[in-house]
Design a protein around this ligand. Sequence first.
Ligand SMILES: Cc1ncc(COP(=O)(O)O)c(C=O)c1O
Length: 474
Amino acid sequence: VPEKQSIPGLDLHLDLTGGRRPGRVLEEALRAAVADGRLAPGTRLPPTRGLAADLGVSRATVAEVYEQLLAEGWLRARVGAGTWVAQSGVPVPAARAPQAGGPRLADMRGGVPDASLFPRRAWVAAVRRAVDAATVAELGYADPAGVVRLRHALAGYLARTRGVLAEADRIVVGHGVGELLALAGRALAARGARGIAVEEYGHSEHRAILRAAGLEPVALPVDGEGADVSRLAALGVDAVLLTASHQFPLGVPLGARRRRDVVAWADSVGGYVLEDDYDGEFRYDRRPVGTLQSLAPPRIVYLGTASKALSPAVGLAWAVLPDELVAGVLAERAGLSQPRDALNQLALAHLFEAHDYDRHVRRQRAEYRARRDHVTAGLARRVPGARLLGVAAGLQCTVELPMGVDAAAAVAAGAARGLLFLPLDAYAAPGAAPRRPAVVLGFGASLAVRALADADLAVDAIAAATEAADRELD
Ligand SMILES: Cc1ncc(COP(=O)(O)O)c(C=O)c1O
């Protein structure tokens, strides 16, 4: 197969460099060409047999690509009449058609992972091994900190991949970062902590959880270097919650100087840093940003989750605690609910031990990176006035809109195309400094088969909102 190909009769070029599967390249090229109008509605596509011969691929490959694009609504076909580009241009796939109870939107909110990538086979194998190998003791009441085997596996994995300094007996397993934040927050409050600084743009549920735990959240400004930790002393807080490796949702890593400064602050006032390393595994362009935890284990509560790399349905997350907080966190748990899901935890332990977790993360990183590249290229082409933040890592980016474009208009244009994403404002804490209008665009959640089409629709929505704003200006 030659590396660069043109499709006869169509202004369409295929780039088969990089060893990618020709079917995938053809599918993406056709979809993109329909989405951006290079292939106009009604354009006839070559018959599968001829195109297959021209491209030097099997006819089944071409037929499968046509089938996929038919199913997505980009193409139409009738037996005997061939295949052509659908009239609507940019389709709203059937599954998104308005239904009773309102339209179903593709979830492109920040941070939501693609559950369709869940490694079903590896998970089933891990569950089987867990059940087969469980000792009688493991089938009884679990250790309140979580299953020992999983905590050992986590200690090794976190040290290897994130440089976290952890022994199994400082790890507590929970059902999500939210639950662990609640336990840590209550343990801190019980020791007399009151104020906790939280990044002024962030996860609103986490602010609410900390408040419910008895702490008072105070907004901490975020700029191009991440959270401005030089304000901590003046705020008089006892703790701070940081997304240090990839600020959620603005995407900057905490600057090197600030990393040292926050540790110095914690040491000097006896404060604690809650480090939410929610997507530390998904870094694309640079060497991984190290964890704060590795700088000062006695002052840092490190939090991680299986929700992004596997799925929220696994329902497992972990905290690596300073020695002096372990008893307090377990005491808070004793008053609430003890873990009763040892089999689930054992399955995750087996997944780590078989290195299937690493393998899956690696595969997913490649997939998300391709989506990230697609969104970035699409926006650069169609909305050059937009500025992208946070694209070096994670499952979302923040798109600062061109001058004069309203975030609500971009969100509405997305909804009209069957997409759900939110304005940056939706992530703001009370008192946050206003920023240039922006939307937070996730490229995680939409089904794998539709991800690039959804990304194109999102780019199209932002372009449409921009064009409408430009018209208004004229
Ligand atoms: C900043 C941040 N932390 C943590 C989480 C979720 O972790 P979990 O599912 O374990 O509660 C999310 C999920 O979107 C997130 O955005």
